[in-house]
Write a new protein. Structure first.
Length: 413
């Protein structure tokens, strides 16, 4: 991407963060809920917004999106690193992320691309055998990438002299997403096609006739519906299943921002992710956004900061990115990422509750796959055939058949 275009993308991203169009624009006032719709979507993050928007494209116009917070994107969908990454070792997930980035590249909001293709530099320690295989897998599906030894990489990207590594895999079509513009646009697409979007109104429980969904109960009344989509992020998996919730794990992750550190990385630099050590860095405004790739289990609630996360980040930078050792961390926050045991998404009909559909477990790739997840969910809800990917591998029913653990995932995100 030309330097001017990259800087324009980043300027737009910062303006969105500072004060983009309010999510509440065009939404129904609290308390005004319909008595009956065809579909109720629980959660107005990327999982719910993308599903609702895709359903309207499929011709479903009677729907309701319920968001427990005052503003959509108050949790993981609005508190993540906003990065789009295609590199995955699981072939099904890789197919999903590649298609997700393809859709992001084609997406514009208000005449501006939502994806700033800065590229991604994925650092490797030791022999390059794994990275060589990853590059081959990407080449097979026409995703550009280059495997560079450290000396060649530092010649091409001089700022990499601040990092310790042996090889890097460069993926030029990865980048940074304007998450606020994208989420707002998806919700507006659903709303303009007939869905209502109501915030500050959570779902208390399902209305069931035996094991068949008849609607939902909210603090402001009941809503009849034949289909309920559980896209509640860290709160997903409990609806209608209090005695046997989906076996999802909520893992806390921290992000840090350092300011006024111009020159450490160019403002149009690719994101830098050390896959072996587990940390990443990318430009953010005049400083950097950094993450130690920490993961600790946490209940579904707004997570408090853990001071040990900063210690972990500092330790990793001192050992593996000594050129960043003198940065001053100015701000930090945490969010919850939700995972199935095998770290694949959960998309499909509940095996026990008729009319309950799940869209969850998007930790680590929710932004990257934000557009394609909705398409897959909408197709399955409408009874269409999804033939470009093995959608059965996303079925909630698999969660009781597999015995994977989080540590057995192919590539730690």
């Amino acid at each position: 991407m030309p330097r001017r275009d990259a800087l324009l993308c980043q300027r737009t991203h910062r303006l969105r963060l500072a004060g983009g169009p309010p999510y509440t624009e065009g939404m129904a006032p609290r308390g005004r809920i319909p008595s009956e719709v065809d579909v109720v979507v629980i959660g107005a993050g990327f999982a719910g917004a993308s599903t609702a928007a895709a359903l309207t494209r499929a011709g479903v116009t009677s729907g309701l999106v319920l968001e427990r917070e005052l503003l959509p994107g108050s949790h993981a969908s609005g508190r993540n690193a906003a990065m789009a990454r295609q590199l995955e070792t699981n072939p099904t997930l890789r197919k999903l992320t590649i298609e997700g980035v393809r859709k992001l590249r084609a997406k514009e909001v208000a005449g501006r691309p939502v994806l700033c293709q800065t590229g991604g530099l994925y650092l490797i320690h030791g022999e390059p055998d794994r990275a060589t295989e990853w590059r081959r897998q990407l080449q097979e599906v026409c995703v550009p990438s280059e495997l560079l030894p450290a000396a060649q990489a530092r010649q091409r990207f001089p700022f990499l002299s601040r990092f310790e590594f042996d090889y890097t895999l460069f993926c030029p079509t990865d980048g940074v997403v304007d998450i606020h513009a994208l989420l707002t646009d998806l919700l507006e697409e659903a709303r303009s096609a007939g869905f209502q979007v109501i915030t500050d109104c959570g779902c208390e429980s399902l209305i069931l006739d035996g094991s068949v969904v008849r609607g939902v109960r909210t603090p402001h009344g009941e809503v009849g519906a034949r289909i309920v989509v559980d896209a509640a992020g860290a709160w997903a998996g409990y609806l209608g299943r209090l005695s046997a919730p989906l076996p999802l794990k909520r893992l806390r992750r921290h992000l840090f921002v350092c300011g006024d550190d111009a020159g450490l990385l160019p403002r149009d630099a690719p994101l830098v992710w050390d896959l072996d050590v587990g940390y990443y860095v990318r430009p953010e405004g005049t400083g950097l956004l950094l993450c130690p790739c920490d993961e600790t289990e946490h209940p579904p609630e707004m997570p408090a900061l853990d001071p040990e996360a900063e210690d972990l980040l500092v330790d990793k930078l001192l050992k593996h990115a000594p050129g960043l050792a003198d940065i001053s961390l100015r701000r930090s926050w945490a969010c919850l990422r939700t995972f199935a045991p095998d770290r694949l998404p959960v998309i499909g009909w509940d095996p026990e509750v008729d009319g309950l559909f799940h869209v969850s477990g998007l930790g680590g790739f929710g932004v990257t796959t934000s557009l394609v997840i909705g398409d897959v969910a909408s197709a399955l809800i409408c009874g269409e055939v999804v033939d470009w990917i093995e959608a059965g591998s996303f079925s909630p029913g698999r969660l009781w058949k597999n015995s994977f653990t989080v540590q057995e995932a192919h590539l730690r995100r």
